[in-house]
Design a protein around this ligand. Structure first.
Ligand SMILES: Nc1ncnc2c1ncn2[C@@H]1O[C@H](COP(=O)(O)OP(=O)(O)O)[C@@H](O)[C@H]1O
Ligand SMILES: [Mg+2]
Length: 321
């Protein structure tokens, strides 16, 4: 990995509700290098979006960040920013493409209004200059600049998604968080958009936190992957290695739940059991009840993500050396 663009250290996020206090993100630590694509994978409800929103500090009650640091190159700890610093930092240094972002555009405003809003709020550009910047952004995502006068409903789903990506790029951020950026689109359009994002990343050099439940897309487009299980990061590895030599039984289970990219068809096994009830977290490893390899230590000793070899981290007791 190159120099970290962002270092997340022991991030804890709790949902404080009437039913109880749920620790949805527990001591999560990882870095994303400059220009790197870091994929975050794991079953629905494991905490991926909670991490994403916390990095932008866009999380809302009942979610509260209860611990940790989010260090951004040259800016220090995002969690210590005051409102003014946060507002000038957000979108210009780090931006986000939300899940189902294609519905995030305002239906009653033209694209020109929406692009100029973002650009003029964060820069000293005049309206005319902002329009020119907006036209350039449309061209970047292969949409004709004349269409700046149009309204969101005049575009297809795939085009709307590209427009949201163009807005995320508007201020040349150094990190873009993409939470299920293409999930609502058909497979062919998904791939086209991801290829476009990848080409833009190569051109502009921003880093990406890429969240998708589609592990094969993630392996294809990420440099490294972190696997989350019930609020914890259980494994981090280069994407080329993670499915071939997983260092956590959960990763193994995940990889056998997805069809291989190449080779003969095999029967998919999946992972028996259900994700943990976060209101009732057992002592020891959070994956114990679903793990076919669980042994004594897994029921008594807490787990911690550790480096097993350069670039390979796991929190599994099996690999305790
Ligand atoms: N509004 C909420 N109120 C209470 N708990 C929540 C809320 N949103 C999320 N959670 C808890 O946080 C966990 C992680 O959710 P989320 O980050 O959305 O997961 P993912 O994006 O991986 O599907 C959920 O399993 C749930 O326990
Ligand atoms: Mg999510």
């Amino acid at each position: 990995m190159t120099t970290p663009q962002i270092s997340i250290r022991n991030l804890c996020v709790d949902y404080i509700t009437d039913a109880g206090d749920v620790r949805a993100v527990n001591n999560v630590s990882f870095d994303i290098g400059k220009g790197e694509v870091f994929g975050l994978a794991g079953e629905s409800g494991c905490g991926k979006s909670t991490v994403a929103f916390s990095l932008m500090r866009l999380h809302k009650p009942p979610a509260f960040i209860t611990g940790g640091e989010i260090l951004f190159d040259g800016h220090g700890d995002i969690l210590k920013f005051n409102d003014q610093k946060l507002s000038s930092f957000r979108w210009s240094e780090m931006s986000m493409v939300f899940q189902s972002a294609m519905n995030a555009l305002n239906p009653v405003l033209t694209l020109e209004e929406q692009f100029c809003d973002v650009i003029m709020h964060h820069t000293n550009l005049t309206r005319e200059q902002a329009v020119r910047r907006a036209q350039g952004l449309l061209e970047i995502v292969d949409i004709h600049p004349d269409r700046l006068q149009d309204y969101p409903h005049q575009f297809s789903g795939g085009m709307r998604q590209r427009l949201v990506i163009a807005i995320a790029l508007a201020l040349n951020p150094k990190l873009i968080i993409m939470d299920e950026p293409t999930t609502a689109l058909d497979v062919v359009v998904q791939r086209e958009i991801l290829q476009k994002i990848y080409a833009l990343k190569e051109e502009f050099g921003f880093a990406i936190l890429f969240i998708t439940h589609d592990l094969s897309l993630m392996v294809e487009f990420s440099d490294r992957i972190g696997i989350m299980y019930s609020g914890e990061l259980v494994e981090v590895a280069p994407s080329k290695q993670i499915l071939e030599t997983p260092y956590h039984p959960y990763t193994e289970g995940l990889s056998s739940s997805f069809p291989p990219l190449t080779g003969p068809k095999t029967r998919l096994k999946g992972i028996p059991g259900n994700p943990l009830n976060l209101l009732d977290v057992p002592q020891g490893c959070r994956f114990q009840a679903r793990c076919s390899k669980a042994h004594n230590a897994c029921f008594s000793q807490s787990t911690q993500l550790r480096q097993l070899e350069p670039g390979r981290l796991s929190n599994c007791h099996l690999y305790n050396k």
